[in-house]
Design a protein around this ligand. Structure first.
Ligand code: BGC
Ligand code: CA
Length: 332
C-alpha cells in the first residue's frame, strides 16, 4: 500500500514538473513565404535545429506564396497564443499590418529574408529584421564574372572588350531581386569592363521558369553571342544551365562554355560547380540567419538579454549575416 502510494506520488510529481516545464516553454510561430523554395528549406532546417537546442517549440507554416493565406496564419498564431512570431513575408511591402497585429497583441516579431522598410520596423520597438545585405551579394556575383572575364580573354567572344550578358531576376519587389540586379552590373563596371545587357527577365527565383526563359534567350540571341549569365539565385542559375546544355553548352567542352553565376551556395549549385557547369555563387548563409532568428525570438519571448545571443544587433533592429564568394578555382 505504502509502495503504491509512493509510486503514485512520484508519478504526480513528475506530471506536475512536466506541466511546469510545458508552461515555461517558449512557443514560436514561424511563417514562411513558400515551402517550395530550396533556400528557405535550408533556412527552415536551421530554425528547427536551433529551436530544438534551446528547448523552444517552433511551428513553421507554409504561406504558399499567397498573402491572404499568410495573414490568416498570422492571425491563427496570435489566437493560439504564441510568444513570438518569425515572419518571412510573401509581400515585404505589406508587412505593416503584420507589425500592427503583433504590436496589438504585444508579441515580438522577427522578420527574415524579406526586408520591411525602416519606417515599418520603427513603428514597433519589438520588431526586428534578420538577413543579409542584398547589395553585397550583387557586388560579389558581379566580381566573380569580372574576375573570370579578365582571366580568360577568350570569354570576350566577339572581341569588343565589352561583356554581353543576360540577367535572370527573382520575384518582383524583393530587395534581393532589385539590389542584386543593380549591384552585379555595377561591380562589372567598377572592374573596368563595360557591361552590355542583351536581355533580362523575371524568373521568380524558380528553376523551371529560368530554364524556359533561358531557352528563349539562347534561341533569340544565339548562345555564341552570350558571354555571361547572371542569376539572382542558384535555382535560376541551374535552370539556365539546363537550357545551355540543350544548346550543347556547359557540358565540359571549354570552347562551348558560358560562365553562369548565382547566389545561395545551395548543394545543387556546388555540385554543378564541381562538374564545371557553373562558374560560382555567393554563400547566402541560411544556417546563421536561421539560428540567429530563433535565438533572437527566444530571447525576446523569454525576456532574456538579446545582446547575449552571439550575434551583433545593429541599430537595435537588425542582424546582418555576411555573404561570401564561392568558387572552385576557375577564376584563378
Ligand atoms: C534567396 C533565394 C530565395 C529568396 C526567397 C533569397 O535571399 O537567394 O534563393 O528564393 O530569398 O525569398
Ligand atoms: Ca564582348
Amino acid at each position: 500500500m505504502r509502495k503504491i502510494f509512493l509510486i503514485t506520488l512520484t508519478f504526480l510529481l513528475i506530471l506536475s514538473f512536466s506541466a511546469i516545464a510545458h508552461a515555461d516553454e517558449i512557443k514560436i510561430g514561424a511563417c514562411i513565404y513558400r515551402f517550395n523554395d530550396a533556400f528557405m528549406l535550408r533556412f527552415r532546417n536551421a530554425m528547427s535545429a536551433e529551436s530544438e537546442k534551446l528547448g523552444a517549440k517552433i511551428e513553421i507554416v507554409d504561406g504558399r506564396d499567397d498573402p491572404t493565406t499568410q495573414n490568416e496564419q498570422i492571425d491563427n498564431f496570435i489566437t493560439a497564443g504564441v510568444n513570438v512570431l518569425i515572419i518571412n513575408p510573401v509581400d515585404r511591402m505589406a508587412a505593416q499590418p503584420m507589425i500592427d497585429k503583433a504590436k496589438a497583441a504585444n508579441i515580438p516579431v522577427v522578420f527574415i529574408n524579406r526586408e520591411p522598410t525602416e519606417e515599418m520596423l520603427a513603428s514597433y520597438e519589438k520588431a526586428y529584421y534578420i538577413g543579409a545585405k542584398a547589395e553585397e551579394s550583387g557586388t560579389e556575383a558581379g566580381e566573380l564574372i569580372a574576375e573570370y572575364f579578365k582571366a580568360h580573354p577568350e570569354a570576350d567572344k566577339n572581341h569588343d572588350g565589352k561583356l554581353q550578358f543576360v540577367l535572370l531576376k527573382g520575384q518582383n519587389g524583393h530587395q534581393d531581386m532589385i539590389l542584386r540586379s543593380k549591384y552585379s552590373v555595377e561591380a562589372i563596371k567598377n572592374a573596368g569592363i563595360e557591361p552590355v545587357e542583351l536581355a533580362s527577365a523575371i524568373a521568380n527565383w524558380d528553376k523551371l521558369q529560368a530554364m524556359q526563359i533561358m531557352n528563349a534567350f539562347t534561341m533569340a540571341l544565339g548562345p555564341e553571342n552570350i558571354e555571361a549569365v547572371i542569376a539572382n539565385n542558384d535555382e535560376m542559375a541551374l535552370g539556365a544551365i539546363e537550357a545551355l546544355k540543350n544548346s550543347d553548352y556547359n557540358k565540359g567542352d571549354k570552347d562551348f562554355y558560358i560562365p553562369v553565376v548565382g547566389v545561395d551556395a545551395n548543394a545543387s549549385a556546388l555540385d554543378a560547380m564541381d562538374k564545371g557547369e557553373m562558374l560560382g555563387t555567393v554563400l547566402n548563409d541560411a544556417d546563421n540567419q536561421g539560428t540567429a532568428a530563433v535565438r533572437l525570438a527566444n530571447a525576446l519571448a523569454s525576456g532574456k538579454d538579446i545582446k547575449a545571443i552571439g550575434y551583433e544587433i545593429t541599430d537595435n533592429k537588425y542582424i546582418w549575416i555576411p555573404y561570401q564568394k564561392v568558387t572552385r578555382g576557375e577564376n584563378k
